[in-house]
Ligand binder design. Sequence first.
Ligand SMILES: Nc1ncnc2c1ncn2[C@@H]1O[C@H](COP(=O)(O)OP(=O)(O)OP(=O)(O)O)[C@@H](O)[C@H]1O
Length: 251
Amino acid sequence: MSLLAVNGVSKAFGSLQVLRDVSLEVQPGQRHVIIGPNGAGKTTVFKCITGLLPADSGSIAIDGTDVTGMPAHSRVSLGLACTFQKTNLFSELTVEENLHLAVTARKPYRFRIWKPLSWYEDLQRDTRELLQEWDLWSRRRHRVDELSYGEQRILEIVLALASKPRILLLDEPTSGMSPAETARTTSLIQEMPRSVALLVIEHDMDVVFSIADYITVLHHGEVFLSGPPEEVRGDERVREIYFGGGARPHA
Ligand SMILES: Nc1ncnc2c1ncn2[C@@H]1O[C@H](COP(=O)(O)OP(=O)(O)OP(=O)(O)O)[C@@H](O)[C@H]1O
């Protein structure tokens, strides 16, 4: 069974039809990348999946559970996590404090004043492991607003991983990054455990073909093509969408 199934989702903003009958599936452990020109509807698909926007029609299921009418927080409890293009961090707190909050959010007893001592030990251990694993240990005492934009976006991905999601949605994880930060983010994504499936919106084709094992091409709000990377890379019509009008995918 698919971990995520989007079935025939449509969405309009007033008279602007942004999504038309969009269907896609994400399998456990898959690295599924959505590409398409600006305005194709990629972020809107993400918002419908997370529950930030209601779909006008169609359905969405996480691991077989129909979540179409469910609020966003219920989808999170089914294992969905998401980062969007705008960072969503506590900028006056340190890297470590931000991670503490994210790790706390998934722990039992989090609303209890009196917690077992082991609770604090687990919190410290989980935070330390994430900091070390994702190469943020030396930055742990830095306030978030002292980090570069790229580092902030990397931290946000790590925070999303702290909730131990089964499926993680990343909206343009490398946009606005320096080449070095893009390379670091690409290897971070490549090194993520296969216990997490990824659905990624990405414009940088080098990143797309470094991480994807399945690609969906959106164009004018419709699924234009989906398949393995070799199939998409060789498809003349996809080149035409990107390069036909002289428009290039922005990196
Ligand atoms: N809340 C909104 N109200 C009205 N129109 C919107 C809204 N959100 C998005 N749109 C429009 O819907 C279309 C699709 O937007 P969306 O952000 O999903 O595209 P995208 O493929 O993610 O583009 P990009 O690659 O530029 O991020 C665009 O024409 C956009 O202007």
